[in-house]
Write a protein that binds this ligand. Structure first.
Ligand code: ADP
Ligand code: MG
Length: 323
């Protein structure tokens, strides 16, 4: 294409809310046949809310529910206990300790837990020896208790396992599309917290547009397979690659490229940056982390997945390769 055509292309891009790092980067979109979509913050809003608290007390299971409405169809884990003062106190303690550790993390799951825990139990205590475990959770010491919040893999590092009732509750939450994590302290698994995210209202249409452009969509996430499957079904994606650790996302992109695919990737998180850089075309949500934006060729200013289709359409027009 001529420089003039490129200029037109990028000017139109700005109108559409698409910022292009170098016009030459768009040339690579011609051959793109696969588009990898990060789940949290890309396909979903990433604005999570705490929707479920399951407390395991020494003798029974206490499930208490948030008043929040999205939890209407929640699991009935164990279906034991009910509102005793004990259960209320156990719930408050769970929220206080888990919230305190999560308060030190920037992860969307963590922020939702810390914020909504604060709303319920008030100011959270401080945390010592905080550690972030990318893709699995967090740990730290709160009021002298060694607290873990995260996936089964994290707890397994401390040789902790949920019992059958908690396992069932985790599965039920995940099948419903909610992200569920375990809470443990002082060597015992104490309960579950689940958070819900929402598919962005435009994501389903965006996926249809990407397919119409001949692209094969793939949902990529560190979250549980069942959650990913549910979200994928909601937006019309067949292929899901789930339970991928942050540092493995780049390997997934490399793997697709090794299959001979030309890969675009859309992401928003710090944990997406390496994969965005590896992709033949990296597109970052403008609402996302600076690291993701810096690693990408294109910024979708509005944080709307439909802009990814706009960007590809625009470049194909710019390069005269409308298919
Ligand atoms: P994604 O790929 O969806 O952006 P991540 O790779 O960041 O997700 O995290 C994968 C999973 O690890 C989350 O869905 C959550 O279950 C768990 N996790 C990550 N960070 C935390 C945290 N701070 N607290 C609890 N769980 C976490
Ligand atoms: Mg994300």
């Amino acid at each position: 294409a001529t420089p003039v055509a490129l200029l037109v292309g990028t000017g139109r891009g700005a109108q559409l809310g698409i910022l292009i790092r170098g016009p030459e980067t768009l040339e690579s979109t011609r051959a793109v046949d696969t588009i990898v979509l990060d789940k949290t913050g890309t396909v979903t809003s990433g604005r999570m809310a705490l929707t479920g608290v399951v407390v395991e007390t020494a003798s029974n299971l206490a499930e208490s529910r948030e008043a929040r409405s999205i939890h209407a169809e929640s699991s009935d884990a164990g279906a034991i206990l009910r509102t005793s003062e004990d259960a209320a106190a156990a719930r408050a303690e769970l929220l206080r300790l888990a919230g305190a550790v999560e308060d030190a993390s920037e992860h969307p799951v963590a922020q939702a837990i810390a914020r909504d825990a604060t709303a319920e139990v008030g100011e959270l205590p401080g945390v010592e020896s905080f550690q972030n475990h990318p893709g699995t959770g967090v740990s730290g010491v709160v009021d002298g208790h060694a607290v873990l919040v995260g996936r089964e893999e994290l707890l397994a590092e401390w040789s902790l396992r949920p019992d059958e009732a908690l396992d069932a509750a985790l599965a039920a939450e995940r099948t419903a599309g909610r992200t569920a994590v375990l809470v443990a302290w002082d060597g015992e698994v104490r309960g579950i917290l689940s958070v819900a995210d929402r598919v962005k209202p435009t994501s389903r249409e965006a996926v249809a547009q990407l397919r119409a452009l001949g692209l094969d969509p793939v949902l990529l996430t560190g979250d549980h397979e069942a959650v990913a499957r549910r979200i994928a079904d909601e937006v019309g994606i067949d292929r899901v690659i789930a339970e991928v650790l942050p540092h493995e996302k780049v390997e997934v992109v490399k793997g697709l490229q090794a299959e001979g695919r030309v890969v675009a990737m859309v992401g928003d998180g710090v944990n997406d940056a390496a994969a965005l850089a590896q992709a033949d075309l990296g597109l970052a949500m403008g609402t996302g982390a600076d690291a993701a934006i810096e690693a990408s060729d294109v910024t979708l200013v509005r944080g709307d997945l439909r802009s990814a289709a706009d960007a590809i359409r625009l470049s194909r027009r710019t390069f005269g390769t409308i298919r």
